[in-house]
Design a protein around this ligand. Structure first.
Ligand SMILES: [Cu+2]
Length: 121
């Protein structure tokens, strides 16, 4: 292979990797992280989840086991039951204008205040 051909191939490889890096950077920028704190009578969010990809970082800040369910737009997501001081991650793609409900399904926690809803904007 000639030196010019090798040079062109190198340029092409660089161009392809730049495009890939740009795509990765763009998708990373659109992921919103929301910290979810679960205690015995409530579920608190660090921010209101927006439409798009949302990574929920769920932390159990109580002495009981809790899980985290999210439902809306025809889909349901859930974590395993998280033990004391444990954590779990749940990634969901939310649609604009759709109302999502969330709750803990352990025992009667849902009716004791571990529930709520929001509309993704
Ligand atoms: Cu619970």
């Amino acid at each position: 292979m000639t030196r010019i051909k090798l040079g062109l191939l190198t340029l092409l490889a660089l161009a392809v990797s730049s495009v890939t890096l740009a795509a990765v950077a763009q998708s990373a920028a659109t992921v919103q992280t929301v910290r979810v704190t679960e205690v015995s009578n409530s579920i608190r969010f660090s921010a209101k989840p927006k439409a798009g990809t949302v990574k929920f970082q769920v932390r159990n800040a109580s002495g009981d086991g809790h899980d985290f369910w999210l439902k809306g737009g025809g889909k349901t997501w859930k974590t395993r039951v998280i033990g004391e001081a444990g954590a779990a991650t749940l990634t969901a793609t939310l649609k604009k204008g759709v109302r999502y409900s969330y709750w803990c399904a352990v025992g009667s926690h849902r009716s004791k205040g571990m529930s709520g809803s929001f509309v993704a904007r």
